[in-house]
Structures are given as C-alpha cells and as structure tokens.
Design a protein around this ligand. Structure first.
Ligand SMILES: Nc1ncnc2c1ncn2[C@@H]1O[C@H](COP(=O)(O)OP(=O)(O)OP(=O)(O)O)[C@@H](O)[C@H]1O
Ligand SMILES: [Mg+2]
Length: 386
C-alpha cells in the first residue's frame, strides 16, 4: 500500500485561497499574508501567516481556518499554524493590493477588548434587560462598557438605558455613540429614526448592512466590553456577526423552564456552528420572592443549570423576577445603578464579575492612531432602506 502523497506547496497555497481576511475581504494568499509553507515531518504541514499587527484579534479565526483547510488536504495528518508580523514595507504592499490609500482599516473596533453577544432562542426572556443592566454593572465595576442594540425591529436599549437623541459625527465621518449614566455608551437604530416609534421593516441584506455600519462606522473608542443585544431567534444577525466579528463571544439567556432551555440550546448550537465561543449562561426570571419571604418558581426551575451543564460553560447568574427591574428598565435607569442592593441587581453584578473573570482584560490589538474628534452638531443618517 502506498501512502497518499503530501500536497505540494502550490496545492497548499491554492487551498489557502479559501481563507479570507474578514476585515479586508480578500484571501490571505492574494493579500501576501502566507509567509511560508513548510514540512517539518512526514505528515505535517507548517504554515506561517503574517498579520498586520502582533495581537490581531482575528488571529484565532486564521488559526482555525488554516488548520481546518490544510488539515482537510489528502495526506496531511498534522497542521501547525504560526504567526508573525508584516514589515512596514510589506504592509504598504498589502495596502496597495487592497487598493486603499487611506491606510489599513484600523477598524472602529480595534480598541475593543471584548465583544459579547447576548442571545437566546426565545423572545421575551430578558435579553435586552440583561444587556442594559450588565453593561451598566460592568461600568459600575470600573470597566469601559457599551451596549449595541442589534435588534433593529424591536429596539429597546434606548428606553432601558434612558438614552435618546441624534448621534454626532466625528471629523473623519465616524458616528459617535451616545453616552449616559456618566459613561455608558450606547448605539441603536432608534437614534436614526425620525419618530421614535417608527417601524423598521428591513430584511436580510439591509439588516446586514445596518449591523455592519454599527460595527465599522461607529467610533466606539477604547472599550473593555461591547455588549450586543440580539433580536429573538439568532439566525440572520448571528451569521452577520460571525462574519464580521469572528472573535465575538456569546452569553445565552434562558428562563428556568425546560422548554425555553431547549430553544436556548439551539441558539447556542448556532453560535457554535459559526465558531463563536459561548462564555456562559444567564438564567432570568428564576423565581419570585414574595414580600412574605416565600419563593415561587413561576417559570419552573433548573433550566439555566441544565443548559450550562450541557454546554459545559459557567452559569453566570440567576436573576430573580423582580418588579423593580422592569420598572427601572421602563424608566431608563438600570436597576443595578438605581438600587445595586436589590436581589436582581446583585444577581446581575454576580454575572458581570463572572464575565470579567472569564474574558480577557488585555487588548489584543495595537491602539489605532488618535484621531481628532471635532463633532459638528448635525445628526447623521444611516442609509435607510427604501
Ligand atoms: N427578572 C425580571 N423581573 C421582572 N421583569 C423582567 C425580568 N426580566 C425581564 N423583565 C421584563 O420582561 C419584559 C421582557 O424583557 P426583555 O425585553 O428584556 O426581553 P427580550 O428577551 O429582550 O425580548 P425580545 O425577544 O422581544 O427582544 C420587559 O418588560 C422586562 O422589563
Ligand atoms: Mg430584546
């Protein structure tokens, strides 16, 4: 029996044309980012990928994509992926290849340490409440935090954070997020609508474009956490986010009953199918404590624990049903800020600390160059769907 021959360097490079840089939208071979292809041992291929910055946030995306692509070639049993950094001259060449004269896209998210999507399968389980309060809790814990409302149909972050108005534009045409409660940043489609209750009827491609603009054209600045409030049912938006932000992570919100937990599990599976890491589960509406001290498990019990066991991720918190949480959200001050000692607030702070403990606190990329931010007081409009 003869062993399958190893693929040639050309064949490996050919295969690597399927690995696309998510920011530059071209394959890494044509971009000149494949430094070398070596054969350290009989069945092993070693690929060195050159990045634009040493701590490129899409590094793990390349790691997985190269490993997967080369590992699938006949004859290859092991793949080793190494990284180095392009020289200044190579970066200039790369800029020319991409046809950009304005420099590499430093990415509006270049100074964001963690992007956390808050999702669930089912609607109405408290994603937006969780996003608004978690963002505020992270801020109260001393982290720079922002909430992005990716629910363009059912936007609720502005109301829950009590932030309304028209964003300003920076000198370099970036949209500035609105800021509330002494430093919590927020962005929502609501800020671009004429009437606050105007309905948004976008479908797939427009939705993709809007989300993309929120990520690329908004001047988020330096952030420890950007939390993204997903719409119910994570299909379209998850896919868009996975393409644009392969480094984003997921927190799954579920209620305690088994039915909700099953649906949440499907959302988690979607996230995993796109290689997005799930950092934890938050159980919401877990029990109601009556003024008498008696606890009622209105939505059942155990769903969060079961889901986190199944996904093998931590249960970050169990938020009880508390009317004040709803009232505070309706009035625009997250309960965690209004009454940090309330039972629901404590559970949310617990979740925030858990999140801090399980996510990187170091910036994985170099800071983008400082830009002048002279903001003309005009409103800006995202291109709207007809
Ligand atoms: N633990 C809780 N205690 C009391 N009320 C809550 C709690 N969690 C959420 N709510 C209330 O339940 C309603 C639904 O919550 P929320 O809007 O956060 O859910 P959602 O998952 O974002 O919904 P959608 O799927 O429509 O986006 C809101 O009025 C909110 O204030
Ligand atoms: Mg919501």
């Amino acid at each position: 029996m003869t062993l399958t021959e190893m693929p040639t360097r050309d064949a490996v490079r050919q295969a690597l044309r399927t690995v696309v840089d998510p920011e530059l939208h071209q394959n890494i071979v044509d971009l000149g980012m494949v430094r070398s292809v070596e054969y350290p041992s009989a069945r092993e291929v070693s690929v060195t990928v050159s990045l634009t910055t040493p701590g490129c946030p899409i590094r793990s995306h390349f790691q997985q994509a190269v490993d997967h692509t080369v590992g699938a070639l006949p004859g290859v049993e092991r793949v080793h992926v190494d990284f180095d950094v392009l020289s200044e001259r190579e970066k200039d060449e790369l800029k020319q290849r991409v046809g950009r004269t304005d420099g590499l896209p430093d990415g509006a998210l270049a100074a964001v340490k963690n992007v956390i999507c808050v999702g669930s399968g089912k609607g109405g389980v408290g994603k937006s409440t969780t996003t608004a309060n978690l963002t505020a809790a992270l801020f109260a814990e001393g982290k720079r935090a922002a909430a992005l409302d990716a629910d363009v149909w059912g936007y609720s972050i502005p109301r829950m954070l009590g932030v309304h108005g028209k964003p300003k534009v920076s000198a370099n045409k970036r949209i500035l997020p609105l800021v509330v409660h002494g430093g919590v940043k927020a962005m929502s489609i609501e800020f671009f609508l004429e009437g606050r209750d105007q309905a948004v009827v976008w479908r797939g491609p427009m939705l993709h474009k809007a989300i993309r603009q929120f990520l690329e054209d908004v001047e988020w600045g330096e952030l420890d956490y950007l939390l993204i409030d997903l719409p119910p049912g994570t299909g379209d938006v998850s896919m868009t986010l996975a393409q644009l932000l392969p480094q984003s992570r997921f927190v799954i919100v579920t209620t305690p009953q088994p039915a909700a937990q099953q649906v949440a599990k499907r959302a988690a599976e979607t996230a995993r199918r796109f290689d997005l890491e799930i950092v934890g589960v938050i159980e919401n509406m877990s029990g109601f404590v009556a003024p008498t001290g008696e606890r009622y498990t209105i939505f059942g019990e155990g769903g969060g624990q079961t889901l986190s066991d199944e996904l093998d991720v931590p249960l970050l918190g169990k938020i009880p049903l508390q009317e004040e949480l709803r009232i505070a959200a309706d009035n625009g001050t997250p309960l965690v800020l209004e009454d940090p000692d309330a039972p629901a607030s404590q559970a949310l702070f617990h979740a925030a600390r858990g999140l801090i403990a399980t996510t990187p606190q170091q910036l994985a990329v170099l800071q983008p160059p400082a830009r002048p931010d002279i903001a003309p007081p005009s409103g800006v409009s995202l291109p709207m769907a007809p």
